[in-house]
Design a protein around this ligand. Structure first.
Ligand code: E4P
Length: 220
């Protein structure tokens, strides 16, 4: 399973890249606005830090403008995935850019039917938003299960399931159990994946016992 970080905070991206476990980055207009940074400069900087796919979302919503923005974004770096909304115009852009060899991440997916049309449009990634579905009383992970089942039934679909709007580590564990290809998580949730109180407790005990032993592995 691949881990993407869902942020436009360069310091967080650098810190997580140092773990060696970061496979890509997703951004969206809200995250970019929160960063206060110039979008183009920001995307170039992120794409130079992380070699994996970096999602950069179009701002327009009509076909011609999205297409022009997508073409421009795709020139910023080799690892850009142009992000488009799951609308008829967005899927048309997806089909066009994918045919040119550009990775496209189709975002704002809330149903299996939408995931099917995105795969048919050649999307590199489909982004179902599990947390936002949970927020309105639906079952976000049930949608992931449904999409994984459908995609597996059609080997010609090469679209990767990118679980988005992740709210807690259990979303990641369930996504992995279902065979989803990618989870994109806020930095805090990626950090939570590493932690367990019994790890901290056990380590403190080992450190104390090792000091008591008076031994050293390497001479000072
Ligand atoms: C995905 O690409 C989106 O940027 C993101 O996961 C949305 O998450 P949110 O529902 O927490 O805003």
């Amino acid at each position: 399973m691949k881990f993407f970080v869902d942020t436009a905070d360069v310091a967080e991206i650098k810190a997580l890249a140092e773990t060696g476990l970061l496979d890509g980055v997703t951004t969206n207009p809200s995250l970019v606005a929160k960063s206060g940074r110039n979008f183009i400069e920001l995307i170039k900087e992120i794409a130079a830090i992380v070699p994996g796919p970096v999602s950069a979302e179009v701002g327009a919503t009509d076909f011609d403008a999205m297409m022009a923005e997508g073409l421009y974004l795709s020139t910023l770096a080799k690892n850009i995935a142009v992000k488009v909304p799951l609308t008829p115009a967005g899927l048309r852009v997806c089909k066009n850019l994918s045919a040119r060899g550009t990775m496209v991440n189709v975002t704002l997916c809330f149903s299996a039917a939408q995931a099917i049309v995105a795969a048919k449009a050649g999307a590199a990634f489909i982004s179902p938003f599990v947390g936002r579905l949970d927020d309105v009383g639906h079952n976000g992970m049930a949608l992931i299960q449904e999409i994984c089942t459908i995609y597996k039934a059609y080997p010609a679909f090469t679209t990767e399931v990118l679980v988005a709007s992740v709210r807690h580590p259990q979303h990641v564990v369930e996504a992995a159990t279902m065979g989803a290809h990618v989870a994109t998580c806020p930095p805090a949730i990626i950090r939570q994946l590493f932690n367990h109180p019994l790890t901290d407790k056990g380590l403190a005990q080992f450190v104390a016992d090792w000091e008591k032993s008076g031994q050293k592995i390497l001479a000072a």
